[in-house]
Design a protein around this ligand. Structure first.
Ligand code: BT5
Length: 262
C-alpha cells in the first residue's frame, strides 16, 4: 500500500482529501488536527502501522505493519446529522458488516457498541471522536481498525481476535476491503438515524437474547438479556436501564476473559 495505489484505487470515490502515512501514532489524532486545519468532509487518513493506536477508555489498539487497515474518516456533520452523532459508530460497523457479506459472503455481527465479530471473534473495532468549538461540533472522526492478514491478530487481548485471512482461509487485498467499506459508508450515510439504519444494526446484533454482563465505566456491573438496539443507538436490555455509548463493555455471561487492558 502506498499513496499512488490508494489514489488510483479510490479515484472513483468522492473523498475530500487523502493522507497516507507509513507509520503514525494514531490516525485519529491526524484527522482531529485536520479538522482544525479545515479538512474537508469525507477526507481519509490511512496508515500502514500505528505506534499508539487507541481504543475506547484509554485502551490500546494494535496495528502492526503491512497487515491491517487503520483509517480515520473526517466527517463534517450536516445539520440533520448533528443530533445523531452517537449513531456514527453503528453506521461504521454496519458498513463493514455489509461489505463483508456482499463482497466476501462472510457473516459478521456487531458487538454493541463498536466491535465487528466474525465467528465470535473480534475482526474490527471502531472509535468515534469529535472536535468541538464551544458548544458547536466542528467535526467527527470515524476511526476504524480491521485485521486483514493473520499477522495483524494480537495475542494478549481481552476478547478473542481474528483476521479476514483467518476467516476466509485466503489472502485478501487491503485496498479492496477499504474501497468496499468506503463505498458502503457513502451509501449508508443518508440513512443515519433512520428506522431503516437502526433496524439493520439491530438485525446484525451479536448476543441477542443472551444474558450479558455489562461493565460500565464507573465500575458498576449490570446483568441483563439483550433485547436489541433502541432508536437512539443505545442498548435495550430487559432491565430498567438502557445503556448509552461510551462507557460500557459487553461480555456474554459464563465466559471468562482476562482483562489485561482494563
Ligand atoms: C476499539 O476499542 O475496538 C476501537 C478500535 C479503533 C481502532 C482504530 S484504528 C484507526 C483509528 N486510530 C486509532 O488510534 N484508533 C482507531 P475497544 O472496544 O476499547 O477495544 C480495545 C481492545 O481491543 C483492547 O483492549 C484489546 O483487548 C483489543 N485489541 C487491541 N488491538 C486489537 C486488534 N488488532 N484486534 C483485535 N482486538 C484488539
Amino acid at each position: 500500500m502506498n499513496i499512488e495505489t490508494l489514489q488510483t484505487a479510490l479515484q472513483d470515490l468522492p473523498l475530500g482529501g487523502l493522507r497516507y502515512l507509513e507509520e503514525v501514532g494514531s490516525t485519529n489524532d491526524i484527522a482531529l488536527k485536520w479538522i482544525e486545519g479545515e479538512g474537508r468532509d469525507f477526507s481519509l487518513v490511512i496508515a500502514n502501522s500505528q505506534s499508539s493506536g487507541r481504543g475506547r477508555n484509554g485502551r490500546i489498539w494494535q496495528t502492526p505493519p503491512d497487515s491491517a487497515l487503520a483509517l480515520s474518516l473526517l466527517l463534517l456533520p450536516k445539520s440533520r446529522e448533528k443530533k445523531n452523532i452517537s449513531l456514527f459508530t453503528g453506521l461504521g460497523a454496519l458498513a463493514l458488516v455489509n461489505t463483508l457479506t456482499e463482497k466476501y459472503a462472510l457473516k459478521a455481527e456487531i458487538k454493541w457498541p463498536n466491535d465487528v465479530l466474525v465467528n465470535g471473534k473480534k475482526l474490527a473495532g471502531i472509535l468515534v471522536e469529535s472536535s468541538w468549538l464551544g458548544e458547536e461540533i466542528q467535526g467527527i472522526v470515524l476511526g476504524i481498525g480491521i485485521n486483514i492478514c493473520k499477522e495483524a491478530v494480537p495475542k494478549n487481548v481481552d476478547f478473542p481476535a481474528t483476521s479476514l485471512e483467518d476467516a476466509l482461509g485466503k489472502k485478501v487485498d487491503r485496498v479492496e476491503v477499504l474501497h468496499g467499506m468506503l463505498s458502503k459508508l457513502i451509501e449508508l450515510r443518508p440513512l443515519l438515524g433512520s428506522g431503516e439504519m437502526v433496524a439493520a444494526w439491530d438485525a446484525n446484533l451479536a448476543f441477542r437474547g443472551k444474558q450479558v454482563e455489562v461493565a460500565r465505566g464507573d465500575g458498576q456491573v449490570i446483568h441483563g438479556k439483550i433485547l436489541g438496539i433502541n432508536p437512539d443507538g443505545s442498548l435495550h436490555l430487559d432491565t430498567l436501564a438502557s445503556l448509552h455509548f461510551g462507557d460500557v463493555h459487553l461480555r456474554p455471561m459464563r465466559v471468562s476473559y482476562s482483562r489485561k487492558n482494563e
